[in-house]
Design a protein around this ligand. Structure first.
Ligand SMILES: [Zn+2]
Ligand SMILES: [Zn+2]
Length: 353
């Protein structure tokens, strides 16, 4: 089943417009609210009722027929929204957004392509450790607006922990310097809830990079409707909420550690020596979050950078210029060296330069 939204006024492709927060026609300027489209708007979906999926030999690739030009469009097994490679019309693959695969919520794009592009160039300019020619004129090969699949968890964390804590004080007794350390065993039990912990559910997107994209502003969440995807790429999850949960548990366990450590006061050192936590899910939702991905080639190497298309936060691993890094470290080394020398002089020592 393929959804392709057409303008009722001129028949051109409708796309979700990040600035207006509405579905818009680039051709004639017609706009429509997503909520309005999904009610009676169903009429305007050109739905391919024959389920013309043609499984190819490689089962990871499926082809769909474009309703616009009739071409067969190959898609990766996880794609849920793409565009026709022949006529560029936005295509939404409805059967991958149904039942278990239907997202609960999404955050619509807030930052449009042009704004994202400018912000990225500005960001690149400020990369102190990157080569000058990269910073000055970063060449973006391709920009993709992508809805990344995430599981969002509410968790209950219960359990107990033992801490080893110490206090110490120093004094002089005659000609001796004495340090007296007292050891304490501290016990804490916890019962906490954690809301809205996201975990990237796609294999293609790097977990760590997606973690840096956080936080997403959940006040912008809307109930998922397929038209939000029109004009963007979207993927479905590779990993189920159950498969991703151990990763979330680890995270919650760390949160519980710091929660406990924060609750213990009055010691000079505190360390958790033993913990027994029970971390369970109370609620999981399947969400799509908007990401701009910039693909850049620099000196025949490929780089990709991601931007949270809601908040504008950018991350990625840029090329590094060794001389720039050394120059920076060099400055601080000289500073430390001078400081050391001053100290030695102040303390009445001699310094061999
Ligand atoms: Zn139009
Ligand atoms: Zn087409």
């Amino acid at each position: 089943m393929v959804f392709q939204y057409k303008c009722p006024d001129c028949g051109a492709d409708l796309k979700f417009d990040a600035n207006q927060g509405m579905i818009a026609c680039e051709n004639c300027g017609h706009t429509e609210k997503v909520e309005e489209m999904t009610g009676d708007g169903q009429l305007r979906q050109s739905t391919d009722t024959d389920h013309q999926d043609v499984p190819m030999e490689d089962s990871s690739v499926v082809s769909y027929q474009c309703q616009n030009c009739g071409a067969f469009v190959m898609t990766d097994k996880n794609t849920t929204a793409t565009k026709c490679s022949f006529c560029q019309a936005p295509i939404i693959l409805g059967d991958r957004l149904e039942g278990m695969l239907k997202p609960d919520y999404c955050i619509p794009f807030k930052i449009d392509r042009q704004t994202a592009d400018l912000a990225f160039k500005k960001w690149a300019k400020r990369l102190r450790f990157s080569p000058m020619d990269f910073r000055k004129s970063v060449k973006v090969k391709k920009v993709e607006g992508l809805y990344a699949p995430f599981w969002v968890y509410n968790c209950i964390g219960q359990g107990e922990a033992m801490l080893k804590c110490t206090t110490s004080h120093h004094y002089t007794e005659g000609s001796y310097d004495v340090t007296e350390t007292n050891h304490y065993d501290v016990y804490r039990s916890v019962d906490t809830t954690f809301k809205g912990i996201p975990a990237d559910a796609s294999e293609r997107l790097e977990d760590r990079l997606m973690d840096i994209m956080e936080p997403f502003d959940y006040s912008q969440l809307v109930k998922f409707e397929a038209p939000y995807l029109t004009g963007y790429l979207a993927e479905k999850y590779d990993y189920t909420d159950k498969e991703m949960f151990p990763r979330v548990q680890k995270r919650v366990s760390n949160y519980m550690d710091s929660y406990i450590l924060d609750s213990v006061h009055g010691y000079d050192t505190k360390n958790i020596s033993e913990r027994h936590y029970n971390i369970n899910r109370s609620y999981t939702s399947y969400c799509l979050f908007p990401i701009w991905i910039n693909y850049v080639t620099y000196k025949d190497k490929d780089y990709s950078f991601a931007m949270n298309a809601e908040t504008g936060k950018i991350a990625g691993k840029p090329p590094i210029s060794v001389p720039n890094v050394l120059a920076h470290i060099g400055v601080s080394t000289v500073a430390i060296f001078i400081l050391l020398r001053l100290l030695v002089v102040l303390l009445g020592g001699t310094f061999l330069w």
